[in-house]
Write a protein that binds this ligand. Structure first.
Ligand code: HEM
Ligand SMILES: [Cu+2]
Length: 566
């Protein structure tokens, strides 16, 4: 790497006078904005706050389990805390996180559009989300809810004395917020692509969101109706699910998981899109098997609707029904494996740079793989009957959702942060946080596989009948505090970069894609002239890749006389 060949894109590009951040400073200009980029920032702030709340609750859960008889919480309080942790993390963090923040910011730019198809609807989505969040907070203030985030009937519909109705209302509104976002993305991707942006020139990130949006608009109305039915049973005693009113509790489980299994893919497909973008960019290669990766997103979205019965193996459904669900569940492994295989091949054949976003992407691949493979034990009926409702399940879904979706979210935020803010962050701290997160994550959740396999049930707040579990809980709790450090670090150095970071210029990573052709931060309407697309996505030149130097490399290797020092 020779410093003399370094081109500094920041020095070449004239700084635009007006960008989306400085175009109006009043609070009203933010709260009434119709700019998809500003709405994305509003979401980014809100989901970060919810993540902090959810993580605090997780910390309480972990602290409580250090001792076999618990440390500080009543049984009922414990139930409320893990329920709220689940509700906050699923409905207010994971489902909106990548679509509403990075998706909102990037989809119009990536396809060469000035905004989403329905800017007002987009703003309305954010308001619905915020109102839903406030209702959830009121529910907490009024005593919380103790049913688990799955609201299983008849406990939730007939017996629980906690704030079930308010919490359901909050989930219902959050659902509509996500439906509106999904509709907006689908219409935008169909109708607003720039000239030359054919379907097979779309970035894989856009394919990921397209698939997710299909799941959102097909699945979310089902859970919305299910929650309304629950509310009707709870308040008006209409008998849907409760046997004493002539209802069927298993019906609730079918309806609930018909949405909630696909919801797992709402959380993970956008993350896979992020990983595809990062891996091609930092391997300097078109992703291996682009079409397969694109279609595997659609395949995952489609198959995801056919497997909900794997949550009902122990509900009394017939063995044959279970077998069919089991086989279809195994099929989902194929498109998932296609993605991991194509990413690995891209890295293997590429010329790789290991900068912060790539560090997160590699972490994603490792953790998602463990999450996916342990899922096979739960897909198979015989092993699931042993493992169901144990900590094995808790470990499995945290590997997929936290190891997968949260790693991808952090990788994506680091990748597009220079675009969103115009600033570079400290690369060393970035890589350090990725490493701490990875280590802390494994320390938290690997012991849970072991204790689950040995029989530790989930949702229990005592285990004094078998104190041997204590060592696993202590490891897990220690890991959680390491993980918390890893998660908290970016909040500090990213904010620090806003004031002290080096100017990023339009394309600090030397990446392909329309979003990298506009200034950073982008002007309000994204492009001064609508771009015309003439080449396929990720048209990297492998020869050039070896020699090419980017601003990001330059800052990392610190060629300047006084040092990069950000
Ligand atoms: C994005 C991040 C996270 C998400 C989406 C998430 C989601 C969930 C969900 C859905 C549950 C199930 C609650 C139930 O059993 O009904 C749960 C439980 C739990 N989570 Fe998390 N979680 C996240 C992060 C964490 C972190 C960082 C930790 C620990 C450091 C953690 C520790 C736990 C524990 C100990 C339980 C209780 C399991 C039980 O009682 O059965 N979670 N989480
Ligand atoms: Cu499932």
């Amino acid at each position: 790497m020779r410093a003399s060949t370094v081109k500094n894109p920041a020095a070449e590009a004239p700084k635009p006078e007006s960008n989306y951040l400085n175009n109006g400073h009043t609070i009203a200009s933010w709260l009434l904005t119709k700019d998809h980029k500003r709405i994305a920032i509003l979401y980014l702030i809100s989901v970060t706050i919810f993540f902090a709340v959810g993580s605090f609750l997780a910390g309480l859960i972990r602290a409580e389990l250090i001792l076999p008889r618990g440390v500080m919480l009543e049984n009922e309080t414990y139930n409320k805390i893990f329920t709220l942790h689940g509700v906050v993390m699923i409905f207010f963090f994971l489902i909106p996180s990548i679509p509403a923040t990075l998706g909102n910011f990037l989809i119009p730019m990536m396809i060469g559009a000035k905004d989403l198809a329905f800017p007002r609807l987009n703003l309305l989505s954010w308001y619905l989300y915020i109102i839903a969040g406030l209702i959830a907070i009121v529910a907490i203030a009024m005593g919380g809810v103790d049913t688990g985030w799955t609201f299983y009937a008849p406990y939730a519909s007939m017996y629980s004395n906690s704030q079930v109705s308010l919490t359901i209302g909050a989930a219902f509104l959050a659902g509509f917020s996500s439906i509106f976002t999904g509709i907006n993305f689908i219409v935008t991707i169909h109708k607003m692509r720039a000239p030359g942006m054919t379907w097979f020139r779309l970035p894989l990130y856009v394919w990921g969101h397209y698939s997710t949006s299909i799941i959102i608009i097909l699945g979310t109305p089902v859970v919305a109706i299910t929650l309304l039915m629950l509310l009707a049973e709870r308040t008006l005693h209409l008998g849907f699910f409760s046997p004493e009113l002539g209802g069927d509790p298993v019906l609730f489980q079918h309806l609930f998981w018909f949405y909630s299994h696909p919801a797992v893919y709402i959380m993970i497909l956008p993350g896979m899109g992020v990983i595809s973008e990062i891996i091609t960019c930092f391997s300097r290669r078109r992703i291996f098997g682009y079409e397969f990766v694109a279609f595997s997103s659609l395949a995952i979205a489609g198959l995801g609707f056919l497997v909900w019965g794997h949550h009902l193996y122990v509900s009394g459904q017939s063995m044959y029904q279970g077998m069919v669900f089991s086989i279809i569940t195994f099929l989902v492994a194929i498109p998932s494996a296609v993605k991991v295989f194509n990413w690995s091949t891209t890295i293997f054949k590429g010329s790789v740079r290991l900068q912060t976003p790539m560090a997160y992407a590699l972490g994603f691949m490792g953790l998602f793989l463990v999450g996916g493979l342990t899922g096979l034990y739960l897909s198979s009926m015989a092993t699931d009957i042993h493992l169901t409702d144990t900590y094995f399940v808790v470990a499995h879904f945290h590997f997929v959702m936290v190891g997968g979706a949260v790693m991808a979210m952090l990788g994506g935020v680091h990748f597009w942060w220079p675009k969103m803010t115009g600033k570079m962050y400290n690369e060393h701290l970035g890589k350090l946080s990725a490493a701490i997160t990875f280590v802390g994550f494994n320390l938290t959740f690997l012991p849970q596989f072991a204790m689950g396999y040995l029989g530790m049930p989930r949702r229990y707040h005592y285990y004094y009948l078998w104190p041997d579990f204590q060592i696993y809980h202590i490891l897990s709790t220690a890991g959680a505090f390491v993980l918390a450090i890893g998660y908290a670090m970016p909040a500090f150095y990213l904010l620090w970069s806003l004031k002290h970071g080096k100017d990023a210029g339009p394309n600090p990573w030397g990446a392909k894609g329309l979003e990298w052709t506009t200034p950073s931060p982008p002007p309000t309407e994204n492009f001064t002239t609508i771009p015309i697309v003439t080449e396929e996505a990720y048209n990297y030149d492998p020869e050039l890749a070896e020699r090419e130097e980017t601003l990001a490399d330059m800052l990392e290797h610190d060629y300047s006389p006084e040092g990069a020092g950000n």
